[in-house]
Unconditional design. Structure first.
Length: 126
C-alpha cells in the first residue's frame, strides 16, 4: 500500500494572481490620472499667478505715472517668468473728472484671459 502524502498547499493560484494584478493595474491607472490632473492644475495656477503679477504691474504703472493715463484702450506685452504676456489696459472715466478706473486683462500665449485687475487712480498722484 502506498502511503498517503499530505501536502499543505501554501501558494496562490494563477487566477488569484491575475485578479491581484488587475486590481493593482486599475489602482496604478487611477494614480496616473490623478498625477496628470495635479500637473495640469499646477500649470493653471502658475499661469494665473504670473498673469496676476503682470496685471498689477501694468495697473501700478498707470497709477504712478506723473500724468494721468489717456482714457481708452491701450495694449502691450511684457515678459515675465520667461513667457510673453499680452495685456490690454482700459481706462474709463468715473463720475469725478480727476479719478479714472483702470482695468487690466492679461492673456496667455493661447489668447485666454488668465489674469485681471482693476485700479483707481485718485487725484493728485504726483
Amino acid at each position: 500500500m502506498l502511503g498517503r502524502v499530505d501536502h499543505a498547499e501554501g501558494g496562490f493560484t494563477l487566477i488569484e494572481i491575475m485578479v491581484a494584478l488587475a486590481v493593482f493595474s486599475l489602482a496604478v491607472l487611477a494614480l496616473l490620472r490623478l498625477e496628470t490632473a495635479t500637473i495640469r492644475g499646477a500649470r493653471v495656477l502658475d499661469d494665473s499667478l504670473v498673469a496676476g503679477i503682470v496685471a498689477r504691474n501694468v495697473a501700478n504703472e498707470a497709477v504712478s505715472e506723473a500724468r494721468p493715463p489717456v482714457v481708452g484702450r491701450t495694449s502691450g506685452s511684457e515678459v515675465n517668468a520667461g513667457r510673453t504676456w499680452n495685456w490690454v489696459r482700459q481706462v474709463v472715466p468715473t463720475g469725478n473728472a480727476s479719478i479714472v478706473r483702470i482695468d487690466v486683462a492679461v492673456r496667455n500665449h493661447a489668447g485666454q484671459v488668465v489674469g485681471r485687475t482693476t485700479a483707481i487712480r485718485p487725484p493728485d498722484v504726483s
